[in-house]
Design a protein around this ligand. Structure first.
Ligand SMILES: Cc1ncc(C[n+]2csc(CCOP(=O)(O)OP(=O)(O)O)c2C)c(N)n1
Ligand SMILES: [Mg+2]
Length: 597
């Protein structure tokens, strides 16, 4: 019987489910089994600058490729550093497999004082694994080589089914022990268990409720995307042809250009008419909801549960009746099939007023700046005008999130990604690395399948981040350059933490950051053409010139655009949310965020 080392088995299994990149940082407790990565055809190792960034990059990879992002760290020092990124993937329901190289079993059994231990008497080598337990949904604590393959298979499956992080604890010596090679022949089952009867009943109940409604609406949220159900969601709503709304996190799940798309609903703080229009629906079908504060206009969507049905990830709720044992992806596929032939909804497509027709809308009340100066109010539509079908756009926590959600995307098939719920600043730059690695691979796979049109094959990756956020994780620009990725990075240089300034302490020094000379970033990381790929834009014309430059728009190398903004310039929606706090309007005027009259 032919055998392979367990370490090889692990990487082969991970590769079989569509993963071509392992991200991580080496350490003496994972080095030996990192070697096995190179034995797997089509699998590569990409070293991140630190483990936190590695976890964010794995998260970004997964969001774009819809398979797990995989990261490997060493025990203790490495795994703890990754933890914030892993917790973010848990919170945002992103598939991440975290493999931790551990001390040998004998060292663990004997409680030896091996470096990285926390205790200086009888160290428990699994202490870090215990600390991080709440940040994952399954774990393989590998100890016995006979049981290890099944444990590995199980956690890969859980990662897909729950779309959250799993953990593999692999003692270094165990990775060299052998398992039967034939085990690889049995394909991994990653299909979700579905109670067919419950699914049929739920589908009938949803169709019935939609048919009975006089003015139904669909509200799409982000868990459709996280659980790989975007195609099914699109197929379903295309057949229904009723007005569609989306949360800010779900921007792009349905195209802004879809004729049935009404708008992004940030609760009360939406574009003119959006909140009023959905309030008139007599039935709202909510798909894949994630109703956190920052995704729901601070709980102000105003959905009346008596006229709401919900398709959740693992169940369906229609008019108070719950159907358990369903799963969102097959359920939506079934719903798309079950829309009756000749279906015609009674819903009337709302006609919304434009911003120009609503002079009282808060979007008109932002602070005025000199005519030529780039402002948040002016800028976001221009950035959206730069985006193309096939692009992935990542937005960082900070003012960018508000700008992106509210600007209309004029082209279809753009994938937006933000970490709006978990909101760990610094996420977006390494997530861009992961997204680019995924895009590289997907383009290669498409080419191999004969799709030769380079534009169709390779979407661009666009990052919109703040100077404060970038400060946390900018080392990953080096990893992007080294690995030949070519994202287009826009960094909003507004001299610090503007979103925090507007919340509190506008002029306190704690909201300042170390000023950075961005022109040195690309040379520092040995970019092949730093002078042509870095631009600093401080006027509207300079930004427009940059956006029109083919070198930026069709990049051969990573691009960096520094956009200079005033530190008190905020998107209107952020200002409105803050103004809702008692006494805040006067404070914002005194601080300079709003004009005095
Ligand atoms: C890891 C982490 N630390 C701190 C915070 C608090 N925080 C949220 S937004 C923000 C400032 C972001 O500043 P920047 O990226 O410059 O964006 P801006 O609002 O200035 O556009 C901070 C410090 C956080 N969310 N995550
Ligand atoms: Mg800033």
């Amino acid at each position: 019987m032919s055998t392979i080392p367990l370490g090889r088995y692990l990487w082969e299994r991970i590769h079989q489910v569509g993963v071509n990149t392992i991200i991580g940082v080496p350490g003496d407790f994972n080095l030996d089994f990192l070697d096995y990565i190179y034995d797997v055809e089509g699998l590569r190792f990409v070293g991140s600058a630190n483990e936190l960034n590695g976890a964010y990059a794995a998260d970004g990879y997964s969001r774009v490729k819809s398979v797990p992002g995989v990261m490997v760290t060493t025990h203790g020092v490495g795994e703890l550093s990754a933890l914030n990124g892993i917790a973010g993937a848990h919170s945002e329901q992103v598939k991440v497999i975290h493999v931790v190289g551990q001390t040998n079993r004998a060292m663990q059994d004997n409680h030896m004082l091996i470096h990285h231990s926390i205790d200086s008497e009888q160290p428990d080598h699994s202490v870090y694994s215990k600390m991080s337990k709440l940040a994952r949904v399954d774990e393989a604590q590998l100890w016995d080589v006979k049981e290890a393959p099944a444990q590995i298979d199980r956690v890969i499956r859980t990662c897909f089914l729950k779309s959250r992080p799993v953990y593999i604890f692999l003692p270094l010596d165990l990775s060299a022990e052998h398992v039967p090679a034939d085990l690889l022949k049995k394909p991994l089952d990653i299909s979700p268990p579905v109670d067919a009867k419950a699914q049929d009943e739920a589908v009938s109940a949803v169709i019935e409720a939609l048919s009975a409604a006089k003015n139904p609406a669909i509200f799409v949220d982000i868990l459709t995307q996280r659980h790989n159900a975007v195609q099914e969601t699109r197929a379903f709503v295309n057949k229904l042809k009723v007005p569609i709304y989306a949360s800010n996190m779900a921007k792009g799940v349905i195209d802004d250009t879809d004729p049935n798309f009404v708008g992004i609903l940030n609760g009360k703080w939406a574009f003119p008419g959006v909140f009023e229009a959905i309030s008139k629906a007599d039935f709202v079908l909510v798909l894949g909801d994630l109703p956190g504060d920052t995704n729901s206009g601070f709980f102000s969507r105003g959905f009346d549960e008596s006229r709401t049905a919900r398709i959740n990830v693992f169940d369906v709720n229609v008019k108070g009746k719950k159907y358990d044992g369903t799963f969102i992806k097959p359920l939506l596929a079934k719903l798309a099939e079950s829309v009756p032939a000749g279906w015609k909804s009674q819903a009337v497509m709302p006609k919304l007023p434009t911003l120009e027709e609503t002079p009282d809308h808060p979007a008109h009340q932002v602070k005025k700046f000199p005519e030529n100066q780039i402002t948040q109010q002016w800028m976001w539509d221009k950035i959206m005008g730069f985006v193309r079908s096939g692009d992935v756009v990542l937005g960082e926590t900070g003012t960018s999130l508000f700008g992106i959600a509210d600007a209309k995307c004029p082209v279809p098939n753009v994938r937006f990604q933000t970490q709006t719920y978990y909101g760990s600043i610094g996420w977006a730059t390494p997530a861009t690395l992961g997204a680019e690695l995924a895009q590289q691979e997907m383009a290669t796979e498409k080419k191999a399948q004969g799709e030769m049109d380079p534009k169709a094959a390779r979407g661009r990756t666009i990052l919109l981040t703040g100077d404060g956020s970038m400060n946390l994780t900018m080392q990953e620009v080096g990893t992007m350059i080294k690995n030949g990725t070519r994202p287009i990075i826009f960094v909003l240089n507004n001299s610090g933490y503007t979103i925090e300034r507007v919340i509190h302490g506008a002029h306190q020094t704690y909201n300042d950051i170390n000023p950075a000379s961005y022109q040195y970033m690309l040379p520092l990381f040995q970019h092949p053409s730093p002078s042509t790929c870095y631009r600093r834009v401080a006027s509207k014309q300079e930004l427009m010139n940059a956006l029109a430059d083919p070198e930026l728009a069709d990049p051969k190398h990573l691009q960096l655009v520094e956009i200079v903004l005033d530190k008190l310039d905020c998107p209107w929606r952020l200002l409105e949310i803050i103004k809702a706090r008692p006494g805040k309007t006067e404070e914002l005027k005194a601080e300079g965020f709003l004009d005095k009259n």
